[in-house]
Design a binder for this molecule. Structure first.
Ligand code: SME
Length: 160
């Protein structure tokens, strides 16, 4: 089993908890990813409120951030809410539309989370290394998001 396969198997286990504890389960998934991949220094899930066009932080591992609510279009996260595309940023200092959470962060990777074709949120990774991400990170996070999408019960992510 590859490292990523092992990580995904653990994600499955962590998501087996009861529906009522889905936020706690997502926090455990964040912690597991942060612990397993050395260049993942901060891991979080934002979910979209399409009525207010804002993203909301629902689970994370790493330093607490002031940016628990992000308008669509703002920062790397807000851009992904509109583009529906993975966004790999090798050097955050080269980005004009970037929201700094922690001055140690040098790079970021955001992968949208789809439920029935709708972009309902995203997983956001910050790294303290310059240019650490590759396609295998994107594939891993896409696979994590698919599992999360299948797990989130009855579209509970809309209860913001
Ligand atoms: N850097 C993000 C904001 C969220 S923090 O990384 C936790 C952005 O530019 O959208």
């Amino acid at each position: 089993m590859s490292t990523h396969q092992r990580i995904l198997a653990t994600v499955d286990e962590l998501l087996k908890g009861p529906a009522s504890t889905w936020k706690k389960s997502l926090s455990e998934v964040c912690k597991h990813l942060q612990k397993s991949i050395p260049h993942f220094n901060w891991v979080g899930f934002y979910f979209a409120n399409h009525a207010t066009q804002t993203l909301h932080l629902k689970a994370f591992a790493g330093l607490p951030t002031d940016h628990t609510e992000i308008p669509f279009g703002k920062g790397i996260c807000g851009q992904v809410a509109l583009s529906n595309q993975n966004f790999q940023v090798p050097d955050v200092h080269q980005q004009d539309n970037y929201i700094a959470c922690d001055l140690h962060v040098k790079s970021e990777l955001v992968v949208p989370l789809f439920v029935e074709g709708q972009n309902v949120g995203q997983i956001d990774i910050d790294s303290n290394l310059l240019d650490p991400f590759d396609e295998s990170d994107e594939r891993l996070l896409e696979a994590v998001n698919k599992k999360v999408a299948a797990y989130i019960p009855n579209k509970l992510y809309t209860l913001l």
